[in-house]
Design a protein around this ligand. Structure first.
Ligand code: PEP
Ligand code: MG
Length: 578
């Protein structure tokens, strides 16, 4: 039996096995055993000395000063001189074999405990001083280096990663799996794990407090479960399951070029969602008929800087040429919410998902959007490039965006720079847009439904919060009804779905049944989606959707869909509903 199990949510399909590599929460220790206790004690002494010197340097700016700051620094120095801090920590290292960071955290916790329990506010505040010392020491011990994975196989365990870190780290060759304490299936980190085909469990609360660095982990991205220190039998079973899943995915790959139509012969277009140019090859080998959503903001998040017009042009051209003659839908920067580059001040309001995001943020940064649109208009020459605006809430915003594109085109004409006006479309992912989709449809060349945000905003359930993952589900009848209204309201304007609902094998009969015939899904999900579409009977799917919309809640819809899916999906079912 494994030592422990952490439960989470499936973030990216597949099963990975490897030793744990922990990224501690800011100010928290890595739970690691000491390989060489005397070396760890020496690191402790070095860190205490450095921390003391840092405070002394800061203190020297206040010589003879009785200010509040000087007093606080003096109190901190006293704490560093406390023999118990050094002695108890060294004892935990030598006698219990704890790594120095873990031992510091333990000692600081024990020193502060009686104060924390006190009813006097003054004493409780002294406990906070002790906690500060602990965090300061941990920072000394860790340094502030950029996150790097060690050589060889690893399973990464972290509280959360920024999209920029995730984009860099998930491509590492030795990465066998990812466990995140935060996030849900549609958070951007999960989405990147799927794009780069790394098995992932997200929303695994408390994982960092239960895993010890270096111990073996099984990341079961099919079941949303992490086995901590599995026994040899469990490990072998996990490896076999992982192998079976890879073989199953490989089998699907072999059918990728076959026509994509439902059992009763209705054609469905399946395109890829891309975040990084590195995914182009996978998109092609996995059978994508073009790119239905290119999340351009990752260009910026990945590098932490805004690429120039020429740099962007080079990327857009490369993607468009690689996918030709199939189309590529480039979505303009959707920054904000859980996607902000380091150092960006705007978009960090009290509730970023509802604050300055996407076009609203771009209104404050018109230069950024202008640069991007110019690059896109130039990339459109000779290629099937299409441009889509994110988070449009109403027709006014759409007109504003279109006007900006027209201004850029006029500028390029005046400068004599070759360009072409591409088809312009918008995402339907804000409930207000869904309700008035007919108005957007009348002024758009195409529409694409983003279910990740549509679900989040319609059900008032944060897509990044695992606590409400069961609420934020596209199986809610309110979402189905909204999707139905969108399909009807689009009336003739080409309509696609690029949110993750389109990649969920259990949701697909509903999606097709509600009237959607064009999908765009994460690269890693392509083969499975193509195969599921081929097994759906559209007549049955329409009847299922009509029945589901009338049900009371998401649980009832989910039960109905599962019941019907078992027959339709056959052996596919066993893999997706493990
Ligand atoms: C969506 O919201 O469904 C979507 C496709 O956009 P993103 O996931 O990038 O917010
Ligand atoms: Mg969105």
């Amino acid at each position: 039996m494994s030592r422990d199990t952490a439960l989470g949510l499936p973030g990216s399909l597949g099963v990975g096995v490897g030793p744990a590599f922990l990224v501690p929460r800011p100010g928290r220790a890595i739970r690691r055993r000491a390989a060489d206790p005397e070396r760890e004690v020496a690191r402790l002494e070095g860190a205490i000395t450095e921390a003391r010197q840092e405070i002394e340097r800061a203190r020297s700016a206040f010589v003879g000063d009785e200010s509040e700051i000087a007093l606080v620094l003096d109190a901190q120095l006293l704490l560093y001189s406390d023999r118990m801090l050094a002695e108890w920590t060294a004892k935990a290292i030598r006698e219990e074999g704890l790594g120095v960071e873990w031992a510091v955290e333990r000692t600081v916790g024990r020193l502060g405990e009686p104060l924390r329990q006190s009813s006097a506010r003054y004493l409780r505040e002294r406990a906070e001083d002790i906690d500060h010392v602990g965090r300061h020491l941990l920072r000394q011990l860790r340094g502030d280096a950029e996150l790097e994975l060690p050589e060889g196989d690893v399973v990464l365990v972290a509280a959360d990663l920024s999209p920029a870190e995730a984009a860099r780290i998930f491509a590492a060759p030795g990465l066998r799996g990812v466990v995140l304490e935060s996030g849900s299936a549609t958070s951007h980190t999960a989405l990147l794990a799927r794009a780069l085909e790394v098995p992932a469990v997200v929303g695994a609360r408390g994982a960092l407090d239960r895993v010890i660095s270096g111990e073996a982990l099984v990341v079961d991205g099919l079941r949303g479960r992490v086995l901590i220190a599995p026994d040899p039998e469990e490990r072998a079973e996990a490896e076999a399951r992982g192998g079976r899943y890879r073989a199953f995915a490989q089998g699907l790959l072999e059918r990728r070029t076959e026509p994509v139509a439902t059992r009763d012969g209705v054609e469905v277009t399946v395109r890829a969602n891309l975040e990084l140019p590195e995914e182009i090859d996978l998109a092609l080998t996995h059978g994508a008929r073009g790119v239905g959503l290119y999340r351009t903001e990752f260009l910026l998040l990945h590098r932490g800087a805004v690429p120039s017009e020429e740099e962007q042009l080079a990327v857009y051209r490369r993607v468009a040429e690689a996918m030709a003659p199939a189309p590529v839908v480039f979505r303009t920067f959707d920054l904000g919410g859980d996607k902000l580059p380091p150092g960006e001040r705007l978009g960090r309001g009290p509730n970023p998902a509802m604050g300055l995001r996407a076009m609203r943020l771009m209104r404050r940064r018109p230069e950024l959007l202008r640069r991007q649109v110019r690059a896109l208009l130039r990339a459109a020459v000779g290629e099937d490039v299409r441009v889509m605006f994110p988070m449009i809430a109403g027709v006014g915003e759409l007109r504003e965006a279109r006007a900006l594109v027209e201004r850029c085109a006029a500028e390029l004409s005046a400068e004599g720079v070759d360009h072409r006006m591409p088809p312009l479309g918008c995402m339907v992912e804000v409930p207000a847009a869904a309700l008035r989709v007919h108005r957007l449809a009348a002024e758009s060349d195409f529409l694409s439904v983003g279910t990740n945000d549509l679900v989040q905003y319609t059900l008032a359930a944060d897509r990044t919060d695992p606590e409400v993952a069961d609420v934020a589900t596209p199986f809610d009848p309110a979402i189905l009804e909204l999707l139905q209204r969108i399909a009807e309201g689009a009336a003739g304007t080409p309509l696609a779905m690029c949110g993750d609902m389109a990649a969920d094998p259990l949701a697909l009969p509903l999606v097709l049944g509600l009237g959607y015939r064009a999908l765009s899904v994460p690269v890693g999900s392509l083969p499975l989606v193509l195969e599921v579409v081929r097994r759906i009977d559209l007549g049955e799917a329409q009847a299922l959707a009509a029945e589901a919309v009338e049900l009371d809640d998401a649980a009832a819809v989910s039960a109905l869909v599962r019941e019907r899916a078992k027959d339709a999906l056959g052996e596919l079912w066993r893999e997706v509903d493990a």
